[in-house]
Design a protein. Sequence first.
Length: 322
Amino acid sequence: MEFGSLVPQGWRLDLVSVEDDRAKWETCRRVIKGLDQAGWESLWVWDHFHTFPIKKVEATFEAWTMMAAMAELTENARIGQIVTCNEYRHPSYLAKISASIDVMSGGRLNVGLGAGWFQEEFAAFGYDFRSIGARLKRLEESLQILKMMWGRESSTFQGRHYCLEEAVCQPKPLQNPHPPIWIGGRGEKVLLRLVARYADVWNYNGAQKEFEHYRDVLAAHCRDVGRDFDEIKITAMSGGIAYDNDEELSEFSAIVDGQGLSSRAVLDFVDCKGTREQCCEFIAEWQRLGADGLVFYFNDIAHFGSGHSQAEVFKQDILSQF
């Protein structure tokens, strides 16, 4: 299995305890470089504009701006977004951005895409929150445009939602035939059919106990569209909290509470938790279910480098077992 980690960004209030914006970015830089050097296979950002689950006047660094920085800050890890909201950028613009960053990273970019869901954020930043059907239709056209612009000298496209006229996308991505497309979501009728048609990776973001149902739905869509199900890699999202004693749990809880979150609520929400052995069992079950990788979010990620942050505990004591 391959393992990735979300980096500090501010969206989940992970930078609240850092005093000013310059120091917050220095924290992001330090942790990104440290995670890369520690051997994490992929590093990820959220595509959101203000904090969650509580809206605060706090820094949340923009996703694709961070992609450009991470292309330079990292040497080995793949970099990506969990996942880019299709509605926030015109697909022709996203094609240009992503192609440039693939070159800047030496061909290490993953492109995540989703239809978008955070209605409050749409309203706050002036984006139309269309029906889920309309968002999914626009997502499909965007997927077509990305592949077209990455592969052709110039692109003309006449769709219901987007139109291009001899659009030039240079430089081209280094990866052949293009950067891997990750699609995140669980919509059974349309979203998973888009995964079957267009995705290189499906990123599952639900409960482990429900995974087999959605996997079988995706397999059925693959049969319908004539796609080999085994061509699609499958990853899953997970929080992570490992503690073998009360002292370790108390240390983690103090950090989370200091960020304005309820450590008890975080503990209740996260599935991969408990002793190191219990966390290994959780990951082993994902392996049994057929997941090719996991992407972790650690609430104390800004404390990476302390020697006992969750990202360090997982990398050294748990993921090394796989």
